[in-house]
Design a protein around this ligand. Structure first.
Ligand code: 6CS
Length: 282
């Protein structure tokens, strides 16, 4: 063998040894960290059926239930949830207060550029809760914009708030509502004319309210169907990819449908789209 061949073989062997000795990157270590920690810290909103915290503190809802099962399959024993406003979830993830957002945080381009989403999990349209008979005739966010007396309540930093503002509802007629019970009370007291959340959330709230003076308009005309995914910090793509591998197996085996469909969600809806499509949607 000529000297130059020896040199290239030696160089290759050195590179291989260097690679073997190189510690895993922070990204690749994240899953190992969570396994050692014994739990993944998840951000939720407490908005049934997407996410819920019982009187006993037990965390349920379709998003945490899927996340708990996927993390268990990855060797992370459990999830520990903290309740956050939608608008604070991504900053909290980026600040390292959460390991993932599993809350029904819908995939939209601006969010897709801020986090690493898993493949789709929960899909839903938008809805209005309003006074029986819909006295102001509100069927779309534009109807609210066109009626100077109409006030809408929506989660801070949430999709419905953004849809209302984009439809032209002035800021002073878009009221930030911290949670479902507050929204219901504001509607009952007449401080807002319509409370907007995804269809399954509004139906869950109104059914429990058992208030004959209220009704639901769903779906909101002109509003898209959105899907969420579990959201991970940019830089934790290895963890997100590992999550996606287990999620895909659960979709394939029927386990995924078994978890989300009792909550009213459609496995088919989530399986008929993709992160790529949802993050590119206009
Ligand atoms: O992703 C969002 O912004 C919306 N997702 C849910 C599950 N509820 C309201 C929120 O605005």
């Amino acid at each position: 063998m000529k000297l130059r061949d020896w040199i290239s073989v030696a160089a290759g062997a050195t590179a291989l040894m260097a690679a073997a000795a190189t510690p895993a990157t922070a990204d690749e270590n994240k899953l190992e960290e969570l396994k050692a920690q014994g739990f993944a810290r998840i951000a939720i909103a407490n908005e049934p059926p997407f996410t819920a915290v019982g009187a006993d503190g037990k965390v349920s809802g379709a998003a945490p239930d899927v996340a708990r099962e996927v993390f268990k399959r990855l060797g992370v024993a459990d999830v520990v949830a903290s309740i956050s406003e939608y608008g604070a979830m991504i900053p909290g993830l980026q600040a390292g207060r959460h390991d993932a957002i599993t809350a029904g945080l819908f995939m939209k381009p601006e969010r897709c550029s801020a986090v690493a989403y898993s493949e789709p999990i929960l899909c839903d349209a938008e809805a209005f809760a309003l006074k029986k008979g819909n006295p102001l005739g509100l069927k779309s966010y534009k109807d609210i914009a066109d009626n100077p007396d109409a006030k809408i309540g929506a989660p801070g930093g949430g999709t419905e708030e953004k849809l209302a503002l984009e439809a032209g509802v002035p800021r002073d007629r878009v009221i930030v509502v911290p949670d479902g019970q507050s929204g219901l009370k504001m509607l009952q007291d007449g401080r807002i004319d319509v409370y907007s959340l995804p269809v399954l959330s509004i139906h869950s709230l109104i059914e429990k309210a058992n208030d004959p003076t209220l009704e639901v308009v769903a779906p909101v005309e002109g509003a898209p169907v959105y899907c969420d995914g579990a959201a991970f910090r940019k830089g934790d793509e290895s963890l997100r990819d590992a999550f996606d591998v287990e999620l895909a197996k659960m979709k394939e085996s029927g386990e995924f449908a078994k978890i989300i469909e009792p909550y009213g969600f459609s496995a088919k809806a989530a399986m008929s789209t993709s992160r790529e499509k949802l993050c590119a949607a206009k």
